[in-house]
Write a protein of this length. Structure first.
Length: 720
């Protein structure tokens, strides 16, 4: 039978109850002075977006609803919450049902004995506290919300006074009643492994070589069965293959496991390697008192990550990861299907094939969209920097990380679980190992990383050094952050820093602008107007990313297996490392990422971008000698290749030069394409263009801004 669900979303009454401050040791302090007025709020909604501006405390939400009662073939009624931030205490018809702590995970209550036919009253107290500055926040946090509560890219950044402003508390996801049959299937988790269909001829049992493809897919289906003790039939079907087993339940809630062999699977691939094919996995349980059936989409695929080399494999083939970090918004109630679809389209248009969901858990609709789009996911847990060294915080973290895995385990896009970002000593050596084990209890089929290390976050040209230090390939072999800040468009920058010139630096700092890094490390020119400042800032970010990514890509499979640029979009109206603004206006570096993340990329390395040419352009001028490189991330080799090179300046386009033909192996780097000599042009500023053609079709184009300068007349030769 189909489960009957009644939505409880809509208009709820809300009444602020108290300001709440969380002190050391889990002690809470409540104040009832100067509370905001009561009102009505359309749920689901983070209360910051629903009219409670910058409120840290406890809010009571209430609504009445009508319920028709149980039908004859229904056995129980459940109250479902998709997500509440942060602590929820629930009453139905004056009966206390219980509480839930955490901001992202679904939870439910059996209300069969409490709900009544006719009118019902539902009350939810939601608490999202202020962590006492200095004693608790930022170094001894207790609330587990990752970047949503502590980040240098959220309102106030590191400010003790303002760093927790505009929090994300509230009933931000859907609420519903659900009638279920007397027998029903609870949580289902799946995992896939590839195995040979049969041993090849002559294969030795003790051989150290694995038999090659073709593969079958083995789908492990583990289902929770809620029913009275007794005998039942459990069936799982995937891609037309079915496994059935008789099971005996000794108690309700037992888990039972089936293995479904799919002999000729259609595999799930990233969008740039094939089709992200999805299959329906249907699980059915039946007994004398009825039956239940659930279906969900899964992907048949196998993913491996080698932490020593940074190499990724998808379906036993090497895959180079062209990734980015995403925190789409600080208020997940606003992240609807349209916003998700727009972000997915922008990611794919930039040739991104993987995202790191950075130090938070997003709504499940995003993960489903990545499944369909063929985007891999590095999934962080919501732990960021320092936390209180207590058993209570460790227990809460273990409980919530298991909830994260249970919630997301069936999404084929997820490749990595990471337990914390940039851990303190206590977390790295005490709490993170426990979290790693907790994740393995829920899912041992993926790579689990105890922490995302400081060492894999590389920021020359922003926090230290020069952008050209990226040629040293720091942060490898696993590189999960690198980048630089850039301002948004002029109107938005003025909204943050004032229309006057120079800006109000204090206001910009609240919006995460980093003054010292911008001017003292990066050396960005301020200019004489907002227009100049924005242009200089965006050009620097674009230049840094181009230089860094081109050098990392040339080191493919030798020093790293992929990278995650930091970061893709602003999560609020801010000035951060994002290459796309909060309203999704691209910055200049977005177009740079499109260029340098092409699956096939041609480029050239310059020691410097200011080149010398003779003053008279006569016989002493030495040609500009280009030896491009080509990176091919495709599964197929490239044949009949040539490249064209030309210069474009104020006076127009200088004639193109073409290379001799050459080939590029599949999924490889060609370090030295055939040499082409270009006659040096008159002094001036130019764009150097390279276009790679294979069998007459252009498959990659790249460009560099170069300046040709004069040598003194007496100079006899020019050099690069």
């Amino acid at each position: 039978m189909a489960r009957r669900k009644q939505s409880l979303d809509g208009l709820w009454r809300y009444t602020p109850q108290a300001h709440v401050t969380l002190k050391p040791g889990g002690v809470t302090e409540e104040r009832t002075d100067s509370l905001p007025a009561a009102g009505e709020m359309q749920l689901p909604c983070n209360w910051q977006l629903g009219g409670l501006d910058d409120f840290h405390g406890r809010v009571r939400f209430e609504r009445e609803f009508e319920w028709a009662g149980l039908a004859a073939d229904e056995g129980s009624i459940w109250l479902l919450f998709q997500a509440v931030d942060y602590q929820a205490r629930v009453w139905l018809n004056d009966v206390y049902l219980g509480e839930h702590i955490g901001y992202f995970a679904p939870f439910e209550f059996d209300v069969t004995a409490v709900v009544r036919a006719g009118s019902n009253q539902l009350v939810v107290d939601v608490s999202d506290p202020l962590e006492e500055p200095e004693t608790v926040w930022p170094d001894h946090k207790q609330v587990i919300k990752g970047v949503l509560s502590h980040w240098d890219a959220r309102p106030g950044s590191w400010s003790l006074k303002r760093g927790q402003e505009r929090n994300c508390g509230g009933i931000w996801h859907s609420v519903a009643l659900e009638a279920r049959p007397a027998i029903f299937i609870g949580h289902v988790r799946t995992a896939t492994r590839l195995a040979p269909r049969s041993a090849p001829p002559g294969f030795a049992v003790h051989s150290h070589e694995e038999p090659g493809p073709p593969y079958q897919a083995l789908v492990i289906v583990d289902a929770e069965i809620a029913a009275a003790p007794g005998d039942y039939q459990l069936t799982a079907t995937v891609a037309g293959s079915t496994t059935q087993q008789s099971v005996r339940l000794s108690r309700s809630g037992e888990r039972h496991t089936l293995v479904v062999a799919v002999p000729e699977p259609k595999l799930w691939w990233t969008w740039d390697r094939g089709e992200p094919h999805l299959e329906e996995c249907t699980v059915t349980v039946s007994g004398t008192s009825g039956q239940d059936k659930v279906s969900q989409q899964i992907g048949l695929r196998e993913i491996e990550v080698n932490p020593k080399t940074g190499e990724w494999k998808l379906n036993r083939e090497r895959l180079f990861v062209r990734g980015t970090n995403i925190v789409p918004t600080l208020w997940l109630s606003e992240y609807d299907d349209n916003m998700i679809a727009r972000d997915i389209a922008m990611l794919k248009a930039a040739h991104v094939n993987a995202v790191r969901v950075c130090v938070h858990i997003n709504r499940e609709e995003l993960y489903a969209a990545c499944d369909h789009a063929g985007l891999l996911i590095w999934q962080d847990f919501a732990l960021q920097w320092g936390y209180e060294e207590s058993a209570a915080v460790m227990q809460a973290a273990v409980s919530q990380i298991r909830a994260m895995v249970r919630m997301l385990v069936n999404h084929p896009s997820i490749a990595v679980w990471s337990c914390q970002n940039e851990s303190t000593f206590h977390n790295k050596y005490i709490m993170d190992p426990a979290l790693e084990v907790a994740v393995a209890l829920e899912d041992g089929s993926r790579y689990i990383r105890a922490t995302s290390e400081f060492s894999e976050h590389n920021y020359p040209g922003w926090y230290y050094g020069d952008l050209r230090d990226y040629a040293l390939l720091g942060g490898t072999p696993i590189l999960t952050e690198f980048g630089a800040q850039a301002l948004p468009k002029v109107a938005d920058a003025q909204h943050m820093g004032g229309e006057q010139w120079p800006p109000d630096w204090g206001k910009l700092a609240f919006h995460d602008f980093q003054y010292d890094q911008t001017f003292l490390v990066a050396g960005v020119e301020r200019g004489n107007s907002w227009e100049e400042f924005v242009a200089n800032s965006q050009q620097y970010q674009a230049r840094l990313l181009k230089f860094a990514i081109e050098h990392y890509r040339q080191a493919k499979y030798t020093q790293l297996g992929g990278m995650f640029q930091f970061m893709f979009m602003e999560s609020w109206p801010s000035i951060t490392w994002a290459i796309v603004e909060y309203d999704r206006t691209p910055k200049a570096a977005y177009h740079t990422l499109q260029q340098v993340y092409q699956p096939v990329l041609i480029g050239v390395n310059f020691e410097r971008e200011r080149l010398l040419t003779s003053a008279d352009l006569g016989s002493h001028a030495r040609p500009l000698r280009l030896i491009p490189w080509v990176v091919n991330d495709r599964r197929e080799p490239l044949a009949e290749c040539i490249y064209q090179v030309w210069l474009e300046g104020e006076s127009g386009v200088l004639p193109a030069q073409a290379s001799p033909p050459f080939a590029v192996a599949a999924d490889s780097v060609l370090a030295h394409a055939p040499l082409v000599e270009v006659k040096p042009p008159p002094p001036g500023t130019y764009t150097l263009w390279l276009a790679l053609l294979c069998a007459g079709e252009e498959i990659s184009r790249n460009s560099y801004a170069v300046v040709f300068e004069s040598l003194p007349v007496e100079a006899k030769e020019t050099s690069l």
